[in-house]
Design a protein around this ligand. Sequence first.
Ligand code: SF4
Ligand code: SF4
Length: 101
Amino acid sequence: MMAFIYNLFILIIIFYLLFKEGCKMAKRRGIVKFEENRCKGCELCTTVCPVNIVIMNKNKINVKGYHPATVDEMEKCIACANCATICPDAVIQVETLEEEK
Ligand code: SF4
Ligand code: SF4
């Protein structure tokens, strides 16, 4: 019986820690910056964003003659950095903001 109570106690602690970590991740936010003039318009970054906020800016043309990538609705960014990782030209920088309390 004591072993059962002990195991239950350990399980509750594990679930609590996982839940706490999950809440932190959900609150992570990012700011994404683009070196627009280096963008070659390949659109790779638009395919890997889990919240679908990376788009091509059809209202702008950079010095290379391409519509550069940008972010719509920055407040939805979760700072995963997928966009920065996949960009072959190092156009993108992702800054992680402090967790919300
Ligand atoms: S950091 Fe992640 S969530 Fe934010 S824009 Fe890039 S791919 Fe999307
Ligand atoms: S992956 Fe890089 S070069 Fe390609 S569109 Fe996105 S920012 Fe531009």
